[in-house]
Design a protein around this ligand. Structure first.
Ligand code: HEC
Length: 162
């Protein structure tokens, strides 16, 4: 084999290996799909719109975050409402919003002005709408599992094996 031919052969080999690697990377990127935001609402658009009006009117966002957003001027350590419907049922939420003393249902260690206020004075239709909307706020299973895993490993320092 002449020197020039050898060079060409090596060139072709290097080129094909590079192409194979590039293809491999592209394929692995395709299958490893972006999981996206883990929160979503199952409520019809109508319900979501009506509920967001109440949500603003009653200043829920002063204390809670939703879709990752909250009033940054307030620093109330209230739970985030994202995914709340995976934790609480619509009936539970309706009872909670209707309670004259919400802390009798969910005890609080916070200062009284930071605690969940009673919304028992709201018209029944508004309490029902809020309960329906909050119950529709779900979180994807994979996110719950990852959160559980991270919390377990942080607490125990051991690998999580479900
Ligand atoms: C003054 C702050 C504040 C406001 C305003 C407020 N919340 Fe709360 N909320 C809290 C706190 C704090 C808790 C946790 C329980 C406690 O400490 O009383 C809570 C608890 C909750 C829970 C139960 C969470 C769980 O873990 O089960 C839901 C649901 C909820 N709030 C929804 C709402 C909605 C909807 C509104 C508006 C209509 C609202 N909150 C307005 C502070 C607030």
């Amino acid at each position: 084999m002449k020197k020039g031919e050898k060079g060409i052969l090596i060139g072709i080999a290097v080129f094909s290996i590079t192409m194979m690697l590039a293809q491999g990377i592209m394929i692995s990127q395709e299958t490893e799909k972006d999981p996206g935001i883990p929160f979503y609402s199952t409520a019809p658009k109508e319900v979501q719109l009506q509920a967001s009006v109440l949500y603003k009117k009653y200043d829920c966002r002063d204390c809670h975050s939703l879709w990752g957003l909250r009033n940054i001027m307030q620093a109330v350590p209230a739970p985030s409402l994202d995914g709340m419907g995976s934790l609480r049922s619509e009936e539970w939420l309706y009872t909670y919003f209707s309670a004259e003393d919400p802390q009798a249902i969910l005890p609080s260690r916070l200062k009284p002005r930071f605690r969940m206020p009673s919304f028992s004075h709201l018209p029944e239709s508004e309490r029902r709408l809020l309960a329906r909307y909050v119950a529709s706020l779900k979180v994807e299973d994979w996110y719950l599992k990852e959160t559980q895993k991270a919390a377990y490993e942080k607490l125990t320092g051991e690998e999580y094996k479900p």
